[in-house]
Design a protein around this ligand. Structure first.
Ligand SMILES: [Zn+2]
Length: 161
């Protein structure tokens, strides 16, 4: 373990000074995904406010535009190769159910390499949630790394055989 690096932060949601904690004027509209900043948080807008709102990209869209993930999940091992679709479905299902309550938690990309799958998320908490769901359904080993001062949470899941 390198200095300044913490392991085992699973379950702890970290503050994010770069994007998510920024304050916006009330009724700011994200022109990319349609979320509205209201009562201090970004949410799905069911009743648009009258007048033309301010426009600004929400933190999740900013991360997507800048390709700057808040979480990275690395999946490895022989079990992954055999249960590939099933495991990716677990990840996607976790993302959809997270997004219902927390619309800023999204999968940014899924990159499928030779013997590894990388899933980038807008939020470290979602990365942990995906890792835990895969571990709970498929067993295997789950570890996470969250370097101090770094907002990026890395989650590693591995199962051989
Ligand atoms: Zn947006």
């Amino acid at each position: 373990m390198r200095e300044g690096e913490k392991r085992g932060t699973v379950g702890k949601e970290s503050a994010n000074p770069y994007f998510e904690n920024q304050k916006y004027p009330e009724h700011t509209l994200c022109p990319r995904c349609g979320l509205v900043y209201r009562h201090g948080r970004w949410q799905v807008d069911s009743a648009p406010a009258p007048g033309s709102p301010q426009k600004n990209h929400c933190p999740a869209c900013r991360r997507e535009i800048e390709r700057y993930p808040g979480g990275l999940v690395y999946l490895r091992g022989g079990y992954l190769m055999k249960h590939h679709q099933e495991i990716l479905n677990i990840a996607r299902n976790q993302a959809s159910s997270a997004a219902a309550a927390r619309p800023l938690q999204r999968i940014m990309w899924i990159e499928e390499g030779e013997d590894e799958v990388e899933i980038a998320t807008t939020n470290g908490h979602l990365a942990l949630r995906i890792g835990r769901a895969i571990e709970s359904a498929c067993k295997g080993d789950l570890t996470s790394k969250h370097a101090a001062g770094d907002q990026l949470v890395r989650v590693y899941w591995n199962r051989e055989g």
